[in-house]
Structure formats: C-alpha cells, structure tokens
Design a protein around this ligand. Structure first.
Ligand SMILES: Nc1nc2c(ncn2[C@@H]2O[C@H](COP(=O)(O)OP(=O)(O)OP(=O)(O)O)[C@@H](O)[C@H]2O)c(=O)[nH]1
Length: 308
C-alpha cells in the first residue's frame, strides 16, 4: 500500500505535542543546570501540548530532582520526559481480550457522533475475526437511518452477521434480540453500536441504562466491556467526554481515534494520567487495518522526540 506508513501517521498525530516540547527542550541547549524559569517553561509547554496539568507537574517534579542532567544535553532530558510519560501509560495499556464465559462477550461501544465509533466497531470486528472469533454486530443507534446503513455496509464487507431494527426503534429491544440470536448461534463477540447524540445527558443516560439493564437480564456480567471512542483531534474536549460518559454509562476502557493527521495526540496522555482507564487500542486511519495496539513506550518516545 502506498501513502504514509503506520509510524509516519502516528508521528503526525503527535506532531503538535512533540514540537511544543521539542522547541522548549532545544532552548535549554548549553545549560548546565535547570533553574526555576526553565522548569516553568517546560511545564507550560507540556500543558499547551495537551498533556494536562497533572502530567506536566509530574515531569516538572522529576526534572527538578535532577536539574544537573541539563548538562548532558537535550537527549538526556528527552529520555527523562519519555520515561515519565511511559510510566503513566504502561499501566493502562490493555488490549481488549475475549474471555467471557458463557459466550457471547458483549462489548458496548459508546461515544459522541463523529468520534469514529462505527469505524472502530468495524476495525474491532476485523481484529476479532483475525483471532478466529465469531463476531456479530448490533445497530443500536436507531436515531439515524444513516448510522444503521453505515454499520450494515461494514458488516457486509466483513462478512459478519448484523442485527438491526427500524429507524426510531427501541435500541434495548434490538440488543435483547441480538444477544438471544448470538447465544443460539454460538457467537463469541457481540459488538453493540449506540446512539451518541441524544437531546441531553439525561436522555443519553436513560438510553444506555436501559440497554445495560436489558443485557443484565440475559447475563448479569453483560455488558462485559463499555468502550468509549474518543476523537483525538478534539483535544481537551475528549477529556470532558470521558467525564460525561463515565457518569452516564460506566466506561471500562477507551479507544482513541484519528491519531493520524493533525491530531492533538497529547490528550491521550492527559486522559491516562487523569482517569487511569484502560486504553485498548488507537485508530490511525479510516481503513479496517488502521486500528493499532496501544504501545506506551512508542508513544512516549514520539512525544518526547526520541523517535523522529
Ligand atoms: N483519519 C482518521 N479518520 C477516522 C478514524 N476513525 C474514523 N475516522 C473517520 O471519521 C469519520 C467519522 O467516523 P464514524 O465511524 O462514522 O463515526 P461515528 O462516531 O460512528 O459517527 P456517526 O456515523 O456520525 O455516528 C469517518 O469519516 C471515518 O472514516 C481514524 O482513526 N483516523
């Protein structure tokens, strides 16, 4: 395939973040010791690079304990920054495993419209197919005919069964039928699309709660996963979406999409530092193969400018 490679795309997604930091670290060339002003500038750069105040303070603290490393050059500073970021990211790197018994494992996928939910569902379905699991999709976003249609197209392309209902249909009812079908036909993984834009938070909460209630009636462990899809290009907005969706649906893990192009990838680190939720995978393009495992050391290296 032509076009940029995976790592080139990933570098693009973190460019804004790594450049902000890189410019500031480069400004320290020739220094023998970091002073308060230097630490202030680095901390500020980290915040404006979307890494979040918590992460910025952590890195500042670490550098302030080792002010003399400036004398060893910026590569040494980058190494400390990368290590600190990786230390926050490593514990949250957690691929989505299919291990539920009895089957099927039910994965509820939530997120605002346009975040890449439908594409991510297709990518996950493909990933599980490659692992030889039987996958079924459910069009639980019944508010828009287009959303149902889009998921159907993916299901056809992938050759996986899909359960749909009419536009405006009762999502919980459709999900209920889907679980029964999936159980009867020995499906391993049921991936449920949900509506992302309801009138208000209360309506969204009611809709997701109803789906969860109905699922729980068939299997108390279901949904086994509640995966929130976030669009990295929305920057800080992605963080407030985590707050809202945690509140309304009890998120168990994240997938961050659009970490290619002009993304503000640093927000991934801010999310990890602030919420500690598992990050299952990252999206770096629009095709079925563009879901990538989340590699903390690779991303920390890119942000700190060790990988260019
Ligand atoms: N560059 C890039 N584009 C993506 C990625 N994931 C999804 N997209 C694109 O983002 C747009 C929205 O994706 P959808 O999957 O339709 O998003 P959705 O959340 O289901 O949104 P609705 O269809 O509006 O409910 C589409 O044009 C996708 O091709 C990604 O990782 N990188």
């Amino acid at each position: 395939m032509s076009g940029p490679s995976w790592s080139e795309r990933l570098l693009g997604g973190f460019r804004r973040t790594s450049e902000r930091l890189g410019e500031n670290l480069a400004g320290l060339t020739g220094k023998s010791r970091l002073d308060e002003d230097d630490l202030d500038r680095i901390e500020e750069a980290l915040i404006t690079a979307d890494l979040g105040p918590g992460m910025a303070a952590r890195i500042r603290d670490r550098l302030s304990e080792r002010r003399d490393i400036a004398a060893n050059g910026t590569d040494e500073l980058r190494r400390v920054v990368a290590e600190e970021i990786a230390a926050v990211l490593r514990p949250v790197a957690e691929p989505l495993e299919i291990d539920a018994f009895p089957r099927p494992q039910v994965i509820l996928v939530i997120g605002v419209n346009g975040s890449g939910k439908t594409t991510t569902i297709a990518k996950l379905a493909h990933l599980f197919q490659e692992q030889d699991y039987g996958v079924m999709l459910v069009a639980g976003d019944t508010f828009r005919a287009a959303a149902i249609g889009q998921l159907k197209v993916w299901a056809e392309r992938l050759g996986v069964p899909i359960v749909t209902g009419p536009e405006g249909g009762d999502a919980a009812g459709i999900v209920f039928d889907a679980v029964k079908q999936a159980t009867a036909t020995g499906i391993d993984v049921l991936i449920v699309d949900t509506a992302g834009r309801l009138q208000n938070k209360r309506e969204l909460m009611d809709e997701l709660a109803k789906i969860k209630r109905v699922l729980g009636r068939l299997n108390p462990a279901a949904p086994h996963d509640v995966v929130l899809v976030l669009d990295a290009t929305t920057g800080q907005n992605a963080l407030s979406q985590i707050d809202v969706f945690r509140d309304v649906a009890g998120v168990t893990g994240l997938v961050m999409t659009k970490l290619d192009g002009t993304a503000r990838g640093g927000v991934l680190v801010a999310a990890a530092e602030r919420h500690g939720l598992p990050i299952h995978a990252i999206g770096i393009g629009e095709t079925i193969d563009d879901l990538r495992p989340f590699d903390p050391d690779e991303i920390a290296g890119i942000i700190a400018g060790n990988i260019r």
